[in-house]
Design a protein around this ligand. Structure first.
Ligand SMILES: [Zn+2]
Length: 238
């Protein structure tokens, strides 16, 4: 398995890695490494983009995903011949500006989920805008109040903590899983828990900021009616 170095250090912008496989695909190729800083699409967070440097050449990575075997595949439009052969040591470089926005937005989604006391039915993290869907029942939502509460949490500067727990521990506390639709994959052993002390604690495989103070000011831009009980809450950077 590829070592998911983005869990060890979500702030690593470059890393050296060894090519372990290259595969031709319909749209180009996929490259695999012994370790990576590229986060694969999952949990409502997009896959990372960036470049690979090797032998004074550069190849653009346009997406990162988990393949059917759950291995992390780095997707490129480049043909197989343009890629470094197995065993080559390369440098991976993230599109850090994009990823850091994903980290800010993803953490903000957890804040939003903590502010709205209703089951989450879906969500999508983006660079400029994100959304979280709730089954709100009779709850009334006010975008002005939510915006104020969110930014109040951000300026608190609370530090996040991360820990891995056995799946059995989580099974004994099903109420911890608030976002079933974006819950981390099961069956891989331990589950990663993300804690925002005093605010939120839930299983999540995404990348997050270390401190809430890193999140740029946000606005709840729209609360969309998606059926009698469902509301889509949209979030943008101010
Ligand atoms: Zn999450």
């Amino acid at each position: 398995m590829t070592q998911a170095y983005f869990y060890q250090d979500p702030y690593a912008k470059t890393i050296t890695a060894v090519v372990t496989a290259v595969v031709a695909t319909e749209a180009g190729s996929s490259v695999y490494f012994d370790r990576t800083i590229f986060y694969p699409l999952g949990g409502g967070q997009p896959g990372d983009t960036g470049v690979i440097h090797f032998n004074e050449q550069t190849v653009a990575i346009t997406d990162t995903r988990k393949d059917p075997n759950l291995e992390i595949q780095h997707i490129t439009k480049a043909a197989l011949e343009a890629l470094p052969p197995i065993g080559t040591t390369v440098t991976l470089e993230l599109d850090w500006a994009r990823r850091h926005k994903h980290m800010q937005m993803h953490t903000a989604m957890h804040l939003l989920g903590a502010l709205i006391d209703a089951p989450v039915t879906g969500g999508q993290v983006g660079v400029d805008k994100s959304r979280l869907d709730f089954d709100i029942g009779d709850l009334q939502l006010d975008k002005g109040a939510l915006t104020e509460q969110l930014n109040h949490m951000i300026v608190s500067g609370t530090d996040l903590t991360f820990e891995w727990v056995a799946e059995a521990v989580l099974d004994a506390q099903p109420d911890l899983v608030r976002t079933m639709s974006v819950a981390p994959p099961r069956g891989a052993g331990d589950i990663r828990m993300v804690r925002i002390p005093g605010i939120d604690y839930q299983p999540c495989g995404g990348t997050h900021v270390q401190s809430l103070s890193e999140i740029s000011p946000l606005i709840v831009s729209k609360i969309e009616n998606k059926g009698r009980q469902n509301r889509r809450v949209h979030l943008v950077f101010a």
